[in-house]
Design a protein around this ligand. Structure first.
Ligand SMILES: C[S@@+](CC[C@H](N)C(=O)[O-])C[C@H]1O[C@@H](n2cnc3c(N)ncnc32)[C@H](O)[C@@H]1O
Length: 426
């Protein structure tokens, strides 16, 4: 008989399979609880309104697509950066759940649809697969090979490698081999609507794009509206990484007086020296009588209105510590006359006796008072004819369309398909 050796008992080696299965199960249960909580939040805030989209979110574990953070972080309603350039500028991310949800609400993919996603991350493609089902098809393209290989890895972990086709290339060209698509979802900020996207959209299809409108980031959903014509709206304010590749175009940021900068779209001409001189003069406010409450959230639509009615348009951004100018938080519409010797920007003042009511006005710098008068008048026009309505309609035409055949409105100068903004009164 062999006596057992003396000494401390040797710990039994764990059954690795059992331990990892249990860990995985616990993680899965915790992830499902966190995901449920996130989806409930998105429903309560109105970001998700359709049961199909809520179900797709519940069925898609986000932590499999943002694997390098704590489980709880993966289910926060926040974007997850995946790539930055040498200056720290974001090049790629897995978008924030609220934005992913809103884009899907705009897109409304149906079972059996063929969908093209431009800009990959894995997570949104997985949600798209849930929505279109096995009878549908999801193609995702990204210009950055590091992004597509990461997205493919995540999709594989989720068991979806055969459900989503991931390609590397410039999404400005779409993906012609699988066209037409019932839905095209652009998940990167575009300065233009590419003719290829329109050409690859099926009749009755939906194209969703975070479009830059004179420097303002807005989400739009477009549908075909007759031969060579697409139209739509939506206008959710949203920030996205800018498109790279052939269709790359950027906004310009110019320094003006100390602590003040102006952001203009790439095509907007600007004499910064003259404008700085104008803004250095004493400003005089003019008030419109247009009162709004903070809960109405009118700022994004007023910005868009100003971007539509003003020929010279930029967004003035100021640092309250160092600038004498008083841009509204997040930036204010700014306009200037032909030689930039007079400038005017939108402002607000509290309505006496109220904590949540403000009056729109403008501040005039320079001698051409007609600039301020016209802007005040157009704020009144917005209030009279457009307040509380859905906002403008974006009309998109095939390249080469005769401008005389287009809706009368603000033509947005850019390459690609011609774009016109109109503001219907009813
Ligand atoms: C916000 S991320 C996409 C998020 C993703 N859809 C998700 O699931 O959360 C935007 C992506 O667009 C990509 N991108 C930029 N320019 C592009 C282009 N011309 N064609 C395709 N992808 C582009 C970037 O590399 C980046 O990965």
């Amino acid at each position: 008989m062999t006596l057992p050796a003396k000494g401390p008992p040797v710990p039994k080696l764990p059954d690795m399979k059992t331990v990892s299965d249990r860990d995985v199960t616990e993680q899965t249960v915790e992830a499902a609880a966190l995901n449920n909580h996130l989806v409930s939040q998105l429903e309560q805030s109105g970001r998700i309104t359709s049961p199909e989209i809520a179900a797709a979110f519940r069925a898609t574990p986000r932590h499999l697509f943002v694997q390098d953070v704590e489980l709880a972080q993966a289910y926060r309603d926040d974007y997850h950066p995946t790539d930055r350039d040498g200056d720290g500028r974001l090049l790629s991310s897995v978008s924030a759940p609220w934005l992913v949800a809103q884009m899907l609400e705009y897109l409304r993919p149906q079972p059996g649809n063929s969908v093209l996603e431009i800009g990959s991350g894995g997570y949104n493609a997985a949600l798209l697969h849930q929505l279109v089902g096995d009878a549908g098809a999801v193609t995702s393209i990204d210009i950055d090979p590091a992004v597509t290989s990461r997205a493919s890895r995540c999709l594989q972990t989720a068991g979806l490698e055969d459900a989503v086709r991931v390609l590397t290339g410039d999404g400005a060209h779409g993906v012609p081999d699988a066209a037409p698509y019932d839905r095209i979802e652009v998940t990167v900020q575009a300065a233009a609507i590419e003719q290829t996207w329109l050409d690859q959209l099926a009749p009755g299809g939906v194209l969703v794009v975070p479009l830059r409108v004179r420097g303002l980031g807005r989400l739009v959903a477009l549908t075909p509206d007759g031969e060579g014509h697409w139209s739509g709206g939506g206008w959710l304010p949203c920030g996205f990484v800018a498109m790279r590749g052939e269709a790359a175009s950027s906004t310009q940021m110019h320094a003006l007086t100390p602590g003040a900068r102006v952001r203009v779209d790439g095509s907007q001409q600007l004499d910064t020296e003259a404008l700085t001189k104008a803004l250095d003069t004493t400003g005089t406010p003019r008030w419109s009588g247009v009162e709004v409450s903070t809960s109405e959230g009118t700022r994004p639509v007023v910005d868009l209105w100003c971007a539509s009615v003003l020929d010279a348009y930029g967004t003035l951004l100021t640092d309250p510590q160092t600038s004498a100018l008083r841009a509204l938080p997040g930036g204010t519409p700014l306009t200037w006359n032909a030689d930039a010797t007079t400038a005017t920007y939108v402002t607000m003042r509290p309505v006496p006796g109220h904590t949540d009511r403000y009056e729109y006005g403008v501040v005039l710098h320079g001698e051409d008072a007609s600039l301020a008068d016209a802007l005040v008048e157009s704020l009144r026009e917005w209030n009279r004819d457009h307040r509380g309505r859905p906002g403008p309609v974006l009309h998109v035409y095939s390249e080469g369309t005769d401008p005389a055949a287009m809706a009368p409105g603000r033509a947005l100068e850019r390459p690609g398909a011609p774009l016109v903004l109109t503001w219907p009164k009813d």
